[in-house]
Design a protein around this ligand. Structure first.
Ligand code: SF4
Length: 448
């Protein structure tokens, strides 16, 4: 059960020494109870109190790290059931399923063709699920072929000896060993402990999954993910949702506090359209890892778009970095256009500029991540903010002295002419879609 501030305060040294950054031990205890500060910030807590409080104040759902280097990902760590309550923390990761009887390298090369950026985020299948089919030597070979490709491996293997051999090949990459169930969990815990990897737990029913997880925790291993895949779509959905609800309930059940794996290659084998439909359900409803037969653009475009929408923080505006963005090979002599740093505005305007085929420089200043009119109304986009950014960042690099401003803030033209001597200020149309014709007309009239 979550501890209240007063319970935590009773265990503090009550010296009000302020070393934790809070003015009093009571203030510190309140912050710990809200989850705003970690209990370890107090250097004077006794070991007993620390052990009790660390467990009791730990987040209800564990954050589990998998992979290494650029391919290291966090799973779980969620604190709310619905994104609008606060935010989701760790986005769903997609895995491509391979088996030893496939041409593993060719399959992975095909799936790796999907690798692109969308609003500053890399979109690709981050993981590979290698499924065991009964032949240990062939399995190790398949794992060898899948390793070293910058993807997190998930070993779907319940055979203890085969899992050990496969881990010898890839344990340095910190894979997930998805192999524990009621029949083998004690041995699998030893294998996972020895290789220091995350252990995946599954069960024939939700009760069995829960009991096996509890038994593994009793053995002292808590580096786990729960495979919630059931025999049917209905059962899988119920398992995944009930586990998340239980761990984020008012009185959280920490045995359920782990990320989940949903294996759609099992649930809808060979049915690509059904897998895409189900993947979209489990992006929304608590799949930490979703396993698919393959990743192609038909799969990626809807799923990655959905994931990006769900896993952005609704409290933070989506922004692009302020700076000068050359478009169509724009150089120091090319026309300068400016707009705000709201990501949607940036991508709409830059897309139209690309479409125009005209070399130019799109200048983005800090407007608080707001759209043009909102930023102007909030005082974040003004003649002063634009002029200062142009003088400090653009004038030293760009020779062209023609600046196109958004049509919706045409009112800034006079002020900008006064603040930017030597610059010709041109007002763009109100809508980005009109930019192509607008630029063509400017060129035809010899204005640029
Ligand atoms: S560091 Fe510890 S003892 Fe000092 S004020 Fe903070 S909680 Fe109290």
């Amino acid at each position: 059960m979550a501890l209240k501030g007063l319970d935590i305060f009773k265990m503090t040294p009550k010296t009000n020494c302020k070393e934790c950054g809070s003015p009093t031990c009571m203030a510190f205890a309140m912050k710990v109870a809200q989850g705003a500060v970690d209990i370890s910030k107090c250097p004077h807590m006794s070991e007993d109190a620390l052990a009790t409080l660390s467990e009791a104040t730990a987040p209800p759902m564990k954050t589990i790290k998998v992979g290494t280097g650029d391919a290291e990902y966090s799973l779980g760590g969620e604190t709310v059931l619905a994104r609008h309550e606060k935010t989701f923390v760790s986005k769903t990761r997609f895995a491509v399923n391979v088996t030893p009887d496939m041409d593993v390298e060719a399959a992975l090369a095909e799936s790796s063709k999907v690798d692109y950026d969308r609003i500053g985020e890399r979109m690709h299948a981050e993981m590979v699920y290698v499924e065991y089919t009964g032949d240990a030597a062939a399995y190790t070979e398949a794992v060898k072929k899948a390793s070293g490709k910058g993807k997190v491996l998930i070993l779907g293997c319940k055979d203890v000896e085969a899992a050990k051999a496969a881990l010898e090949v890839c344990k340095a990459e910190k894979p997930i060993l998805n192999g524990a169930d009621a029949s083998n969990y004690a041995e699998m815990v030893e294998v996972a402990k020895a290789a220091d990897v995350v252990l995946g737990v599954s069960g024939a029913s939700l009760d069995e999954l829960y009991d096996t997880t509890a038994a593994i925790e009793k053995l002292g291993y808590k580096n786990l993910v729960l495979d919630t895949t059931g025999a049917t779509v209905k059962e899988t959905f119920a398992n995944t949702v009930q586990i998340r609800r239980a761990c984020l309930a008012k009185n959280p059940d920490r045995t359920c506090g782990y990320p989940s794996i949903v294996n759609l290659s099992k649930l809808a084998a060979g049915d690509e359209n059904m897998q895409i439909a189900l993947a979209s359900v489990f992006v929304l409803k608590y799949g930490s890892i979703v396993v698919l037969d393959k990743m192609d653009y038909a799969t990626a475009l809807p799923l990655f778009g959905l994931r990006q929408n769900v896993f952005t923080d609704p409290q933070k505006p989506m922004k692009v970095e302020p700076g000068i963005y050359p478009i169509n090979g724009g150089d120091e002599n090319s026309l300068v256009l400016t707009t705000v740093d709201f990501a949607l505005t940036y991508f709409v305007v830059s897309g139209e500029l690309e479409r125009s085929g005209m070399p130019c420089n799109l200048v983005i200043s800090d407007a608080g991540g707001l759209s043009v009119l909102t930023a102007w109304a909030a005082g974040k986009l003004s003649s002063t903010s634009i002029a200062t950014f142009i003088q400090e960042n653009v004038e030293p690099k760009i020779k062209c002295r023609k600046l196109v401003i958004p049509g919706k803030v045409a009112v800034l033209k006079g002020d900008l002419e006064a603040k930017l001597p030597g610059w010709q200020i041109i007002v763009a149309p109100n809508e980005a879609v009109q930019l192509v014709k607008f630029l063509k007309d400017l060129k035809a009239n010899g204005e640029i």
